[in-house]
Write a protein that binds this ligand. Structure first.
Ligand SMILES: [Zn+2]
Length: 60
């Protein structure tokens, strides 16, 4: 297993970690014509419970 040869300085570690940023999630409009709410792609719509035109879960 590859092992770092030298200890990384606190400055280098902190500089690298300063680049970690949160990004807004990608949202797509629901394909259900009656819904059209934004939801995550490839995920069942949380408001109508449909995916690919099929009812997967009952909306809460
Ligand atoms: Zn929907």
């Amino acid at each position: 297993m590859a092992v770092p040869k030298r200890k990384m300085s606190r400055s280098n570690t902190r500089s690298r970690r300063a680049q970690w940023k949160a990004v807004a999630p990608v949202l797509v409009p629901c394909s259900n014509r009656a819904c059209r709410k934004p939801h995550l792609p490839h995920v069942v719509c949380p408001s109508c419970g449909q995916y690919d035109g099929r009812q997967i879960v009952q909306p809460a």
